[in-house]
Each structure stands twice: as C-alpha cells, then as structure tokens.
Design a protein around this ligand. Structure first.
Ligand code: 8OZ
Length: 368
C-alpha cells in the first residue's frame, strides 16, 4: 500500500507527496481583489505540500461574498496569480485555483452597484459574512432566473481559462460549504419549481453544467471538485437524502474523468460525526468509474489518521487546513513526527504578514 509521503499521479497532475494544503480563506487580497506579492511569499513558503489548493477565489464580481478575497476575472488578477504560481513552481510545488461563487452568502456592500446576492432561492441564509464593517448578516438574495444560468456557467469556464493562463496546474470547483453550487444541490435550500429544482436529477443539473464547462475548457484531468455532503455550515441544513444526492452527483460527473474529488467529512472544521454518511461507498463509486482520479479527504486528520487512511486505501491524499497556516513545512514535520505550531485565530482573516508569512519552518526543513 502507498504511503502519505509517496508521489502520486491523478488526472494530468503529478504530486511529490499525498499531503494537500486545503483551501484557506485569508482575506488579504489587494485593491480590485488582486493577489499581492505577500500572497506569493505565503504560498511559496508552503510549496512542499504535494498539492496546494488556493484560497477560494471569485469567478466574477457578483460571485464575491467576503471582504478582500481574491478574484480570477480580470487581467490584473491573472497577473497577480502568475507571481503566486511562479513562487510555488520555483520550489517544485503544484497549485490549483479554487473557483468560487458564494451565491446567497454575500452582502450588498460587496457586490457591483450594491446589487442583491443571487441564489437558487430567495430565502436568506441565517449566516454572517465579513464586510468593511466587520461581521454582518448576509443580505437577502434573489432567485436566479433560469435564463441567467448559462452566463454563470460561462463565468466558471472563463475563470478556469484565466487560471490556466496564470500558470495554475488546474482548478478545484468549490461545490461545498453552502455556497452557490450547494444552494442548488440540497433540498434544504433549493426551493425551485423549474428544471433546476425538485428531484435530485434536477438539483444536480446546474452544478454538473458548471463543472462540465470547466472540464471542457481546461480538461477533466486538470479539474478537481470539493464537496461537503453533510456539513451544515452557512445555513446549508441537511439534504433529505445526502447519500443518494451525492452518489448521483458523482455518477453524473463520471464521464468528465475529474482529476480528483476532495471531500470534507462531517461539519467543516468541526465534528466529523455531525450526520451519518458513508464516505467509503462514495469513494468506491468514484474510483470504480474513474480509477485515474484521486480521492482526497479532509477534516481534522492527524499525522496518525492521515497515514492510516492512505495506507488502508481509504484515501489517495489527505488535506490539512489550519495546520498549514502555522506550519509552512508541514510535510517535513509530518515525515519526522515533529511537533506542530498552533495557529493564532486572531490573524486568520485580513491583515498583513503577521500570522501569515511569519510562521517559521524548522531549521532543518531544507533536508526534507
Ligand atoms: C472561512 C471564511 C470565509 C470563507 C469556505 C471559502 O468555508 C470558505 C470560507 C471559510 O469554503
């Protein structure tokens, strides 16, 4: 059986080890949501991860939901990301961009012309976002007309094209954590009566269209997907049949031969047993139809559980989030079983170098 520290090829991507840096929102983009040189330093410091998944990045101006998150829809943003990709590649790492549309998890003050957020539904989420005024309740959304959906699908494809132009090794479509694609997937949110709501066949329609457009643009072998089948974050509730829904979703995506599926097990950043779900059944289904793709797991893994998950074949790769904030040399530390630095929560979101690029690698990190 393979080890967490073995190289792996999945889709068209090759990684030096099976430790993934999970996407982490840090709210440090510059004016016009352009990635900064400090962000290039931060990602470059973490290039020994087998694969870095960038922080969630809005595909268009209307896809934004938090202050100072980066975009991938302008030439200036592509240029900023190019420095990030160069920093990671210069150290032999791999990095994909996470494509994000927040849907109803947004605030008018963050949207062009003070517009209302958009969603599958007009029902507001009981959730907060981070604006120029601090934490604020999200604004009430309007339900998208079906005639608007092709424009959003095109924005996903364009953003993927921009990501490749910036130098990314691929993209990860954010289909988790109660954002736009999950607002269509789950019957706890989606209350539509057209062909994008109702049955699970209808509810997966828009997310499948979005992922298919990305795969058509850059290749399925450079396209990953992140899901969180039972995470209740962002007022997502629980689907009445999460197992059936996500099995159907994975089946519909099988022809795309996605590079990987990245699953948050349980509540994002919280309890792993928040609701029953058979992840192993979903993994087998994905791998059966897509043996060249990787199954990436996430949420609260430790060195021991990550090593075991890969050794037992329950995962091809394991993603770590918060540990990567405070341990730029996480792979080395896991390899030698060194103690991990604890991240400081006060500097997770916004600010500058403090709590971002000032976490140190171990003195012997270069040896790994
Ligand atoms: C934390 C703060 C803001 C956004 C997610 C993109 O949960 C996020 C996010 C996390 O997927």
């Amino acid at each position: 059986m393979p080890s967490l520290f073995d190289s792996i090829r999945f889709g068209d991507i090759e990684a030096a080890n099976r430790v993934v840096m999970a996407p982490l929102t840090r709210d440090r983009a510059g004016p016009n949501q352009v990635p900064t040189p400090l962000m290039a330093t931060y990602y470059g410091q973490r290039a020994s991860a087998g694969l870095i998944v960038s922080e969630a990045t809005q595909i268009s101006p209307t896809a934004q939901g938090y202050l100072d998150t980066p975009g991938i829809h302008s030439a200036e943003q592509v240029e900023g990301w190019r420095h990030v990709c160069d920093a990671v590649h210069g150290k032999g790492g791999k990095i994909v961009l996470q494509l994000w549309h927040v849907g109803r998890i947004s605030h008018c003050s963050l949207l062009p012309g003070g517009a209302q957020p958009v969603s599958s539904t007009a029902r507001p989420a009981r959730a907060k976002t981070f604006t120029a005024k601090g934490f604020e309740a999200v604004s009430a959304p309007r339900a998208l007309d079906r005639t608007e959906l092709p424009g959003i699908v095109e924005a996903y494809a364009r953003a993927a094209r921009n990501a490749i132009a910036a130098g990314f090794d691929g993209v990860e479509v954010h289909s988790a954590n109660g954002y736009l694609l999950e607002q269509f997937l789950r019957d706890s949110i989606n209350d539509r009566h057209d062909e994008y709501g109702g049955s699970r066949e209808n509810r997966v329609r828009f997310p499948v269209e979005a992922v298919a457009a990305v795969a058509a643009e850059i290749g399925g072998g450079r396209t990953g997907l992140r899901i969180s089948p039972v995470s209740p974050v962002n007022d997502a509730g629980q689907d009445s049949d999460a197992q059936g829904l996500f099995e159907h979703y994975i089946d519909r995506l099988a022809p795309l031969r996605l590079a990987y599926v990245h699953v948050i097990e349980g509540a994002t950043g919280g309890a792993r047993d928040v609701a029953p779900f058979d992840y192993e059944a979903l993994r087998r289904r994905y791998k059966h139809s897509n043996p060249g793709g990787a199954w990436v797991v996430n949420n609260g893994y430790t060195r021991a559980t990550a090593i075991e998950a890969v050794a037992q074949g329950h995962a091809d790769m394991v993603a770590f989030g918060k540990p990567f904030i405070a341990n730029p040399d996480l792979v080395h530390r896991l390899r030698i079983d060194a103690p991990l630095t604890t991240p400081v929560m006060a500097t997770f979101y916004g600010g500058g170098a403090e709590g971002y690029t000032d976490y140190r690698a171990l003195p012997d990190a270069a040896a790994s």
